[in-house]
Design a protein around this ligand. Structure first.
Ligand code: UGB
Length: 598
């Protein structure tokens, strides 16, 4: 009470509420006025931020926490009354007629879409010191994930308007959700690279706030062990993206601009955009309010399972069940083997890759009711079986894919299963953990993420008629992977299968030791025989035909050890580096028609 004069009238109201909510321990230790006054004010500034950034404020946070902590202590099953079963969705097969029709529908719709990248996570499992979106997706070109995503969105924009690069009047909005852990470094990456060609006004960064940690089952807010005038905070999870989009006013702006779709995606999947046109086409054709992208899932793989949950009262929903919950849920509901592969060698539950496509208007209508609040969960680590105290403080968390949990039963919620090789190769695990992944399960490492890009590009070209040599097996950082020719292209060269096919003519072949990098949009391959390295760049408006035989010493993939600190971290976590020995490299800077025939 003696310190009240230090606070504004709003802060006094906040203090009263906190005391009523059993949080007086936050101030009990405060010394006489005149001692640490600045620190006391700083605590209230932080409390005000925590209060305003959570839907319903700290009161609501504490109430929800008490309920969830009581449920957790009682061992209540979050799936009580629900029986899981395998849902049916749209399964796509790359390159067939249906797939290509969906791709065309998706390209038409792309100009009515906004993209949202959730990039607030530090990636603790990867243990990389930088932000994950700054990591090269592949090291033949060195293109980082953020650059790749921006180039994909720009290419989609142009393709959707039916124009060549830069001429499209409609700008696809791009939002990046950051956090205190990633915000300044994301902004710096964008600014120092001129937003990778996107207009700065087209990109919006929304920073998520962390939430207060909780010390006990009464949801007493935890003071920071290092500073008794600060609340300890931790990330709340990617589910924050919904309330942030809503409170930013962006959804209304998009609605007024005639947009129809919002696409959410994660920070390190170099394949994702190969599946975007077709899956957006599925959303548009089937008029899905929510469409989750999924891939065949290996049992125990650290990706959620898309599951149909049917309640005893008749309700049912199709929802992600997170990887740590799927096994206990199955065991408790008559599947004694839990999360196990079936005769196909995969889990019968498709794997959620957290690429979500929402139809904008129903999304806005739902958020008007919820403010974007997502069903949360709590995961306290108890000291002992009495479940009365925690090993360390806990907090509420939420996931963006839990959004459909608040939808009415008539909402059209679907999912699209797509080949893993085409759609999903995230970079999440550090080399040591990746090397311990059970044989046959994906590594999800920087090594496998890069090799998956070459594999996908090789398989796409093969399907388009190019004779691509088989891969060799090699071990990097203890992980055995297929090494295909290192083929990389800018998204504007080919976003869809039909576009790529149209750029290939005659009989083309690429040997396993080869590298091919295509940077121009209008480069076609005619009777090309490549055995070495070829790099072709051209400005828009230059039409380049590459034909004949290219043979040189090329670029070699050489082992490096992840413990070798003389090698930059972003390279050594892959376990290999590209040694550029010899290449044919051509750049066309003038408009016109050219033929590259060595
Ligand atoms: N992220 C944030 O933006 N903010 C946060 O507070 C936390 C994360 P992880 P996770 O597709 O592979 C998810 O840690 O949570 C961003 C799905 O829940 O990489 O283990 C972060 O920057 C799971 O169902 O993933 O698992 C990153 O971009 C499964 O689908 C993204 O959120 C799995 O991803 C995901 O964070 C998958």
């Amino acid at each position: 009470r003696k310190n009240l004069h230090l606070l504004s009238s709003e802060q006094i109201e906040l203090a009263k509420m906190l005391i009523e909510m059993g949080q007086s321990h936050l101030f009990e230790h405060w010394p006489e006025p005149g001692v640490d006054d600045e620190e006391k004010r700083a605590l209230f500034d932080q409390l005000a931020r925590l209060n305003s950034s959570y839907p319903g404020g700290l009161k609501s946070y504490i109430e929800t926490a008490r309920e969830l902590l009581a449920d957790s202590k009682a061992g209540k099953n979050p799936f009580d009354g629900f029986t899981p079963s395998v849902p049916t969705g749209e399964a796509l097969s790359f390159g067939d007629g249906i797939f290509m029709n969906y791709e065309q529908a998706g390209i038409r719709e792309a100009k009515n879409a906004a993209f949202v990248l959730v990039a607030g996570g530090l990636g603790e499992r990867l243990g990389y010191n930088g932000i994950k979106v700054a990591l090269p997706a592949e090291t033949s070109t060195g293109t980082c994930f953020l650059q790749h995503y921006i180039e994909c969105i720009l290419a989609l924009q142009d393709a959707s308007c039916g124009l060549t690069q830069g001429e499209c009047q409609k700008e696809i909005p791009f939002v990046i959700m950051t956090s205190d852990d990633t915000h300044s470094r994301t902004l710096e990456l964008l600014e120092s690279n001129f937003y990778f060609g996107m207009k700065p006004t087209q990109v919006k960064l929304l920073k998520q706030e962390k939430v207060a940690c909780l010390d006990d089952n009464d949801a007493r807010l935890a003071l920071d062990p290092k500073n008794k005038y600060r609340i300890q905070t931790k990330p709340h999870g990617h589910g924050d993206v919904h309330s942030l989009l809503y409170s930013s006013g962006l959804l209304k702006i998009w609605h007024d601009a005639g947009l129809k779709w919002v696409l959410f995606f994660q920070d390190t999947n170099g394949l994702l955009f190969k599946a975007i046109p077709a899956s957006l086409g599925v959303s548009a054709t089937k008029q899905y309010h929510v469409n989750s992208l999924a891939v065949p899932r290996k049992a125990k793989e650290a990706i959620g399972g898309i599951t149909k949950l049917t309640h005893t009262d008749g309700r049912s929903m199709v929802i992600n069940v997170e990887y740590n919950q799927l096994d206990p849920l199955l065991r408790a509901t008559g599947f004694p083997d839990g999360d196990a592969n079936c005769e196909t060698g995969f889990s019968p539950f498709p794997g959620n890759i957290n690429q979500l496509i929402f139809e904008l208007d129903p999304y806005i209508e739902d958020l008007k009711k919820t403010g974007g609040a997502i069903k949360e969960f709590v995961n306290p680590k108890y000291k002992d079986a009495s479940k009365t105290s925690f090993k360390s403080s806990t907090r509420l968390e939420c996931m963006m894919q839990d959004y459909p949990k608040t939808l009415p039963p008539n909402a059209r919620v679907g999912f699209t299963v797509i080949d893993t090789w085409l759609a999903y190769a995230p970079v999440k695990n550090n080399p040591e953990d990746a090397a311990k992944v059970p044989k046959g399960n994906p590594y999800h490492s920087a090594t496998s993420g890069e090799m998956a890009i070459y594999r996908a590009n090789s398989l796409i070209l093969k399907k388009a008629g190019v004779q691509v040599d088989d891969p060799v097996q090699q071990v990097f950082n203890g992980q055995e992977v297929e090494v295909w020719p290192r083929i990389a292209w800018k998204p504007k060269w080919g976003l869809t299968f039909s576009e790529i096919k149209n750029k290939i003519g005659g009989s083309c072949s690429i040997s396993q030791k080869s590298t091919m990098v295509i940077k121009g949009s209008n480069v076609s391959l005619q009777d090309l025989s490549l055995d070495g390295t070829l790099v072709v760049d051209s400005v828009d408006g230059a039409e380049v035909k590459v034909r004949g035989s290219v043979k040189n010493k090329g670029w070699m993939v050489e082992n490096v050890d992840y413990k070798d600190t003389s090698v930059p971290e972003e390279i050594r976590i892959r376990g290999f580096k590209i040694n550029k020995i010899e290449q044919l490299e051509k750049k066309y800077s003038e408009l016109g028609k050219f033929c590259l025939e060595p």
